[in-house]
Design a protein around this ligand. Structure first.
Ligand code: AMP
Ligand code: GLY
Length: 433
């Protein structure tokens, strides 16, 4: 099969790496890809993955490419093209594409839509309100004594959430979104949620419109600094599984979210095919959904896919075709850890174009894989090209072993200003082992 993957991040590298292992895959393109993706080879015939510079937001460009090359499957797992309706566009041309259609992708592209949907169908979530009026937003935040999360309704590259401890912070967040219009149209409305205390986990459910299959637990590390301090980022590292829930508790949490969500989709005729990724806070009064994403998480994908035993092409095709009920997901018991190496200054301004050293020596380490997030090849040298640069991933018999391997590899890679969190997966040790 000819496979087209859209995107250029660490998640896409992990997807390409896994799809390339399938015997079904005989040709693969990644648009635009990155330096690591361009080094991947297909297991079936040794061909390299071809990266071509077309932006994931250039829908006409992507469609034109697909109409010429006629891939048998296109895989999209980035919020922007999904929110813009790439799936509907490709389907109109008779192209097979994996990911939720525009209506289904609203679970991520509009937090207001999601919040109101959750309330309609009893999906457990935070007490909340949706506002376009500055004064009404302020009044609601006051009713929560300023302890709240103020969120841009639309897509904002993971930067549209202000987690506030007091009224001053809440007012600043509301002002930035509604009055300063820093996020443009995406911020025409704000969602304000009560502040939820607890342990945050990521759920991933592969859906086919009729049923779902659960991935194991994982935990992202969203803040830039150790001990969950500093601003939010796209994700500084992840591990899977998490020790916070027994299998039975995990199934219970997932059912409490997915059953009402799915019933709501049925009632409203939303045909959800793709990954639904709810961010869930485990609070004292039960699990509560913070937000929905309509795609694989980054860096959660980097820790899930090394553990996945199924053929990913078959899984994604089953999700597209509505045949997931025939399949069960199988994961290795090897805990996996991913540590993100970022550019100095991220998630604010950073300088790109730094030479990356050490990738060759790390490539021979056992049970270790470096996924590229923001890299490019320039005259045979791999350079940084993004805030998040690499996802150094390792697995082992225990989480401690995986953790040790990941940080050992991290220690061998260098670029000017390299920054990473020293405490990825630490919570699993401190609280539970
Ligand atoms: P979101 O993009 O909505 O998941 O928000 C980004 C991050 O902000 C989440 O991963 C949480 O760490 C934090 N956050 C979001 N909503 C809340 C909330 N209601 N209470 C506490 N923290 C939150
Ligand atoms: N892991 C955070 C995200 O993918 O949005």
């Amino acid at each position: 099969m000819k496979i087209l993957v859209v995107g250029s991040g660490g998640r896409e590298h992990a997807l390409v790496w896994k799809l390339a292992q399938s015997q079904h895959t005989t040709k693969m393109w990644c648009l635009p890809g990155n330096a690591g993706i361009a080094q991947e080879r297909l297991s079936s015939n040794g061909e390299v993955v071809e990266c071509i510079k077309i932006s994931p937001e250039d829908l006409p460009g992507l469609l034109q490419f697909a109409k010429v090359q006629r891939p048998d499957l296109t895989v999209v797992s980035s919020d922007n093209p999904l929110g813009m309706g790439i799936v509907d566009l490709f389907q109109k041309e008779g192209l097979v594409i994996w990911g939720p259609n525009k209506r289904a992708a609203q679970f991520e592209s509009s937090k207001a839509f999601s919040q109101q949907f959750m309330e309609r169908y009893g999906v457990p979530t935070a007490a909340s309100g949706v506002f376009s009026s500055f004064q009404e937003a302020i009044d609601f935040a006051k009713s929560l004594h300023g302890r709240c999360a103020v969120k841009v309704d639309g897509l904002a590259l993971g930067k549209g959430v202000f987690v506030c401890n007091d009224m001053q912070e809440a007012e600043n967040g509301i002002k930035t979104i509604l009055q300063d219009k820093t996020f443009g149209e995406a911020g025409a409305r704000v969602v304000i949620q009560e502040y939820l205390d607890g342990t945050e986990i990521s759920l991933h459910a592969l859906c086919d419109g009729n049923t779902w299959r659960l991935f194991p637990t994982s935990q992202d590390h969203k803040r830039i600094y150790a001990n969950d301090l500093g601003p939010n980022t796209g994700g500084m590292g992840a591990y899977s599984p998490t020790p916070f829930l027994s299998e039975e508790e995990f199934q219970k949490v997932a059912r409490s979210v997915l059953e009402p969500w799915f019933a709501g989709c049925k009632a409203e005729g939303i045909d959800y095919r793709g990954i639904l990724y709810p961010g869930v806070m485990l609070t004292k009064s039960g699990p509560k959904v913070l937000e929905f994403n309509a795609r694989f998480g980054d860096p959660e994908t980097q820790v899930y896919l090394p553990r996945l035993k199924n053929d990913l092409v078959e899984l994604l095709m089953a999700s597209v075709e509505g045949t997931l009920h025939h399949i069960s997901l199988e994961f290795s018991n090897s805990p996996t850890v991913c540590v993100v190496l970022a550019s100095q200054g991220y998630p604010g301004k950073y300088i790109a174009g730094k030479k990356i050293a050490g990738l060759d020596s790390v490539s021979s380490l056992p049970c270790t894989k470096v996924f590229h997030s923001g890299t490019k090849l320039s005259e045979d040298v791999i350079l940084t090209q993004g805030g998040r640069v690499l996802g150094v991933t390792a697995w082992g018999n225990t989480l401690r072993e995986a953790h040790k391997r990941a940080y050992m590899a991290v220690g061998q890679i260098h670029f000017d200003g390299v920054y990473y969190r020293p405490d990825i997966a630490q919570k699993a040790f401190v609280d539970n082992q």
